[in-house]
Design a protein around this ligand. Structure first.
Ligand code: BGC
Length: 371
């Protein structure tokens, strides 16, 4: 009888000791021993974003991710850093996050290849890594959350081709301004666009834009205009809105009306949407960054707590050269002037008030039922 009671007591004590450990879950989010005993430390999730010249990161990705993590667990601390297009800086920021006790790394790499060494360091500390938006190549990443990026390029290429065909310009010369050669997404956008455009148009000049910099895209477009002549091209493929803004500035600088040269973009950033509405940029791609940030936050919090993948999440596999990575891939949507209302506005990405910020935009909005 006495023996049985002792056993029950021992089991009960084991449970009491075990519960805080399971609740705090992961190694580095675990417990520390202070002077008076054991106290729970905060779980920390690192969010490492690549640059600031493209509007999305500071205006969408960061606040949306932070808000979702906070909603899921207000006690989790986020260690945020932005690498300003510098891969070496990102390595240092990742090192700092690991030293400061990050439990999970959410990493949008400046350089999809060299970021593999960040993953190796994280894994050596048992810290899982989510590859955010851009795929980290040849590395043991745990999850990848992004969009179907080859499809982004296909949608851009198809929209441009359809417009050139409608204008009677199929088969003529275009300029291609791609993204950063160190970004795996840029490789996918480019491949998608080429799969549609090759053989259907002539590519008179093509550039990969270091760091995705809009100013460098402007210089590339200047060079293309010099090479082909002002009337030597009928349209411009740009991989995102930032680079398209640069290309349009170059056209304007050379006295070319951008309305006469259909161009593409991506991100549906406010300046891009406004150019589309004014007819200066032909199209953009809307990617629901909220869905991307929310899914990533859910995964990161689950990993930090040692819980399984949320059952609502559908995972597919994407090979990164090292393994088939469990991935969440969202659907990109093409946007032209006529579909601003049914896409970005309907989804609450931008309000009508935000878009129609000048009398000229109000007038252009009215023409497409945006008011
Ligand atoms: C992202 C784009 C972004 C670009 C430049 C890509 O990896 O998917 O949304 O415009 O990087 O930062």
């Amino acid at each position: 009888m006495r023996g049985k009671k002792l056993l029950v007591w021992v089991v009960a004590m084991m449970l009491i000791v075990a519960i805080p450990a399971t609740l705090t879950g992961c190694s580095s989010g675990g417990t520390t021993t202070g002077g008076g005993g054991t106290t729970a430390t905060k779980i920390k999730i690192a969010l490492l974003l690549p640059e600031t010249k493209t509007a999305r990161y500071e205006t969408q990705d960061r606040p949306l991710f932070e808000a979702k993590v906070k909603a899921l667990d207000p006690n989790i601390e986020i260690l945020y850093s932005n690498a300003n297009q510098d891969a070496t800086e990102q390595q240092a920021q990742a090192d700092a996050a690991l030293t400061n006790g990050a439990t999970v790394l959410v990493l949008d790499p400046v350089d999809s290849a060299s970021a593999a060494s960040i993953v190796a360091k994280a894994k050596a500390k048992n810290v899982p890594v989510i590859s955010y938006d851009r795929l980290i190549l040849n590395a043991d990443v745990d999850y990848y959350v992004s969009f179907d990026n080859e499809q982004v390029g296909k949608l851009q290429g198809q929209a441009l081709l359809d417009k050139l065909t409608a204008d009677g310009n199929a088969g003529k010369t275009i300029v291609m301004i791609n993204g950063s050669p160190t970004d795996n997404n840029a490789t996918l956008f480019k491949a998608g666009a080429h799969s549609v455009l090759d053989g259907k148009v002539k590519i008179g000049a093509e550039y990969d834009t270091p760091d995705w910099s809009p100013d460098k895209a402007q210089t590339e477009m200047d060079q293309a205009i010099t090479k082909l002549g002002k009337d030597g091209f009928v349209g411009v493929y740009c991989a995102n809105d930032g680079t398209c803004g640069g290309a349009i500035a170059a056209m304007k600088g050379a006295g070319i009306d951008p309305k006469t040269r259909p161009s593409t973009g991506q991100d549906a950033e406010l300046a891009g949407i406004q150019r589309v509405l004014l007819g200066e940029q032909y199209m953009t791609i809307y990617k629901a960054i909220k869905a991307e940030a929310d899914a990533t936050a859910e995964l990161a919090v689950a990993l930090a707590k040692g819980e399984g993948v949320p059952s609502s999440m559908t995972l597919s596999k994407v090979n990164n050269g090292n393994k088939d990575v469990d991935s969440v891939l969202l659907k990109p949507v093409a946007v032209t002037k006529d579909t601003i209302k049914t896409t970005v506005v309907a989804d609450g990405f931008w309000t009508v008030e935000q878009i129609l910020s000048t009398p000229e935009l109000v007038a252009a909005g009215k023409a497409v039922g945006l008011q």
